[in-house]
Design a protein around this ligand. Structure first.
Ligand code: SF4
Length: 421
């Protein structure tokens, strides 16, 4: 029997219009009337304009939890990954997304700077890192990095996103000078710099504790950290895809220290390689637990694995179904993360746009010159203009909001760019 809860078709534009319990009585006899009335009242406060339906009875208790704003357990998350009913999962994720953000969809105008691709690690997931003398290896002199920053400045970027390889020779001072030099030249631009993996590596090179390393980076101008390098926390998977990186616990500990000294960060998960559903759930739950403790994560970014030009290139690419489901499950499980990002560079602009109806509320940014995923075969453009991002968001029936890195609204006029503080 197909289960259909009606909140339904009567709920128009914002759902604030009263829908009486009687008029919205569920069709499925299996619902007890008291419980269903309660659920319907809560549903009336959500904005979705059509009924929740599913053929998969395992989703019904999850649906009830989602409506009640109750936390999902590991078993629930596994069920979400394993059901074939992507529309039901999407309905739930969308209802949470709309409860949190309405139609608002965030993007920013940013520029990526990858100062070096030289890396001592040899992660099997990676097509970007090179040994020092390998063809294609590069390291920017500081002036070159400053010029690169300036070259993407025509749209008045509000963020530099800075990540790179683990260089065996560059001193810690290079990174401090890079950040202070950027701050000096572009004082109004937010520096979102260095993954937890880079921070841990720099601390070793500088013979400093992680906390001291973070404090010095912060003093040099770093405003927040991106969420890369998390991959999948499970040791079994990490041994296969990125054996030379810090382990999952060290990644989480570094993030915790960053949050404790007042640096916000994002968090990522690389999916679609050798991990299984349990590994993904474990990853999400560990992030959720740390967020309970620190509240320092802003955004969760599921990253689709791109196998081209990596030692894992025999693996197939992720499918649209998996990409969309990953967004939806993330929104439902990470109830304490303010934002879920569909990173258009990795999942294509079209899938990222559709995911705005499956739980995502952020499409990342203009990016300008992305290298890491393009080395791994991403076929998306290396950047997108602000107008195009806005067009994609509007075409999904959402409201584009330009934000800065900390999600403060940005207002642009012909002559100025203002961040609301
Ligand atoms: S994923 Fe990062 S740490 Fe690993 S090889 Fe690539 S650049 Fe180096």
């Amino acid at each position: 029997m197909r289960i259909r809860s009606t909140m339904a078709d009567e709920v128009v534009d914002g759902g604030a219009a009263a829908v009486s319990a009687e008029s919205a009585m569920p069709l499925a006899e299996s619902w007890s009337s008291a419980a269903s009335c309660d659920i319907i009242k809560r549903m009336a406060a959500t904005r979705s304009s059509h009924a929740f339906q599913t053929d998969d009875r395992r989703l019904t208790p999850i649906y009830e939890k989602v409506l009640a704003g109750r936390r999902l357990a590991a078993d629930d998350a596994l069920t979400l990954y394993r059901t074939g009913d992507i529309l039901a999962v999407g309905w739930m994720a969308n209802s949470v997304r709309e409860r949190m953000h309405g139609d608002k969809t965030y993007f920013n105008v940013n520029r990526h700077i990858n100062p070096t691709n030289v890396c001592v690690a040899a992660c099997r997931l990676c097509a970007f890192g090179r040994k020092k003398d390998a063809p294609g290896a590069y390291t920017m002199a500081l002036d070159e990095a400053f010029e690169t920053a300036a070259s993407g400045y025509s749209e008045a970027v509000t963020e530099f996103h800075i990540v790179g390889g683990l260089h065996p020779d560059l001193p810690f001072q290079y990174f401090l000078d890079l950040c202070s030099g950027l701050k000096q030249r572009f004082p109004q631009v937010h520096l979102k710099a260095f993954t937890m993996v880079e921070v841990a590596y720099l601390s070793k090179r500088a013979k400093l504790s992680i906390r001291e390393t973070l404090e010095q980076l912060k003093a040099s101008g770093v405003d927040s950290l991106p969420g890369g390098g998390a991959e999948i926390f499970a040791d079994r998977v990490r041994h296969i895809i990125c054996d030379h990186k810090i382990d999952g616990d060290q990644w989480l500990e570094t993030a915790k220290l960053a949050h404790q000294i007042g640096l916000k960060s994002n968090a990522t998960m690389l999916y679609g390689h050798v991990e299984n559903d349990e590994d993904r759930v474990d990853h999400l739950l560990k992030l959720r637990a740390l967020q309970d403790e620190t509240g320092g994560f802003q955004t969760f970014i599921p990253l689709a694995f791109h196998p081209d030009n990596t030692p894992l290139q025999h693996l197939p690419k992720t499918t649209g179904m998996l990409d969309i489901k990953q967004i939806a499950v993330s929104r439902l499980v990470l109830d304490n993360f303010p934002h879920i990002k569909s990173y258009w560079q990795m999942m294509t602009a079209k899938i990222a746009q559709i995911s705005l109806r499956f739980g995502a509320d952020d499409m990342d940014g203009t990016v300008i010159e992305e290298k890491i995923y393009h080395d791994a075969g991403a076929t998306t453009p290396q950047g997108m203009r602000r107008e195009e991002l806005e067009r994609l968001i509007r075409a999904a029936g959402r409201e584009p909001i330009e934000r800065d890195t900390l999600y403060r609204p940005v207002t642009r006029t012909e002559t100025s760019v203002t961040v609301a503080v």
